[in-house]
Design a protein around this ligand. Sequence first.
Ligand SMILES: [Zn+2]
Length: 105
Amino acid sequence: MKPRKVPLRKCVACQNMMPKKELIRVVRTPDGEVGIDLTGKKAGRGAYLCGKVACFKLAKKSKALDRALKQPVGEHIYDQLEQDFIAVEEQFIATKEQTPDDEDE
Ligand SMILES: [Zn+2]
């Protein structure tokens, strides 16, 4: 029996490697819009953050998303993302608990 491989991604704020489903993906679309991607499937350059507001605040402070998305993220975008992050945090945690463990492809 081969152990199942869990895809790991690094949180851009705290630099911890985490299973993908523990992380929230922030995406910069080809149009240059930055937003939270709960599906993890949107096209564009992605950055991952732990599903914790504390990590988002850290990313905001250190401008980690600017580096990860290779584009300056304005203060107002960070503010907007922070609101969204708080709004999705609960939903994200609930979804995570429901998701069965067999979704790798
Ligand atoms: Zn983190």
